[in-house]
Design a binder for this molecule. Structure first.
Ligand code: CP
Length: 313
């Protein structure tokens, strides 16, 4: 049985298999309409979510499966003090696979230790968000046609943004990938990522607080919101929240084929005037998230294409 807790739980080959399957599903979604008939997905969300929870649910429903779950800790027995370990033991007998979001880093890892079904980390604190990474990768691969030889700008809250941490961990495995890390000093990437991933891997990167200066170099600009819920005091959040706002005037500096991604939700960091720029692909990215989660569910349930289509052809 496999779980997905960190993007590094998948080898490059497995990652490529899931992305390619996601692209096949994108082209012919109707072909996959019954491949999960009789299967159930549990969504255990102890923290708010729109895209991740609903795209997981859409993914399972699109494949003929069913969904159950909760969307806040308050509406589960966590509010009465139940542990993650006990919850997953119970859910293991209700569903075939589960996606868990939790404010505590490591909670999905704990769940995976007690689970009898595959556990997917749908975001744990400021740590990891591997299915957002799969979403980001399928978007880049589909639009750019490659995952190597790219200059990727990451802008905003690089300290608390778990999507940034997961994406860096995944992208360093591809060749000739260069990072431009754009943030206020207080919101730079965590030290472990700088030392253990970027420096140790001899990855080409710079840290800066100048967005316009580096715009012409970028193939991808990955914008992120400042994560209010992870700040210890409101004053710091207010001081830093509007550090970078991408607007039409800044887009003028970008290449004709530079794509703007954002995991969403957006607050102020991308002006709505950018939405009509064909290079703004964050809503398309959210759509692609359904296809890649369909591919992931199939993969973790051990339903490869040979198996799922053998009875129907
Ligand atoms: N990108 C993302 O994780 O969005 P949600 O918080 O809405 O799930």
């Amino acid at each position: 049985m496999r779980h997905l807790i960190s993007p590094l739980d998948l080898s490059l080959e497995e990652m490529d298999y899931i992305l390619t399957l996601g692209q096949k599903i994108m082209e012919e979604p109707e072909k996959y309409a019954h491949v999960c008939d009789g299967k159930k997905l549990a969504t255990l969300f102890y923290e708010p979510s729109t895209r991740t929870r609903l795209s997981f649910e859409a993914a399972m429903l699109n494949m003929g499966g069913k969904v159950l779950g909760f969307s806040s800790a308050d509406s589960s027995s966590a509010a009465k003090g139940e542990s993650v370990a006990d919850t997953i033991r119970v859910i293991s007998s209700y569903a075939d696979i589960c996606a868990m979001r939790h404010p505590k880093e490591g909670a999905p890892t704990v769940a995976s230790m007690y689970s009898e079904i595959p556990v997917i980390n749908a975001g744990d604190g400021g740590h990891n968000h591997p299915t957002q990474t799969l979403t980001d990768l399928i978007t880049i691969k589909t639009l750019m046609g490659r995952l190597d030889n790219l200059t990727i700008g990451m802008c905003g809250d690089l300290k608390f943004g778990r999507t940034v941490h997961s994406l860096i961990n995944a992208m360093v495995r591809y060749t000739r990938v260069r990072f431009v890390l754009i943030s206020p000093k207080e919101l730079q990437i965590p030290e472990y990522l700088r030392k253990e991933v970027l420096d140790a891997g001899k990855i080409d990167y710079i840290e800066t607080n100048e967005l316009e200066k580096y715009m012409p170099d970028l193939d991808i600009l990955y914008m992120t919101r400042v994560q209010r819920e992870r700040f210890f005091n409101e004053e710091d959040y207010i001081r830093l929240k509007d550090s970078f706002i991408l607007d039409a005037s800044k887009m003028q500096y970008a290449k004709e084929k530079m794509y703007v991604l954002h995991p969403l939700p957006r607050v102020n960091e991308i002006s709505t005037e950018v939405d009509k720029d064909p290079r703004a692909v964050y809503f398309l990215q959210a759509k692609y998230g359904v296809y890649v989660r369909m591919a992931l569910i199939l993969s973790l349930l051990g339903l490869d294409e040979k198996k799922i289509f053998k009875d129907s052809v």
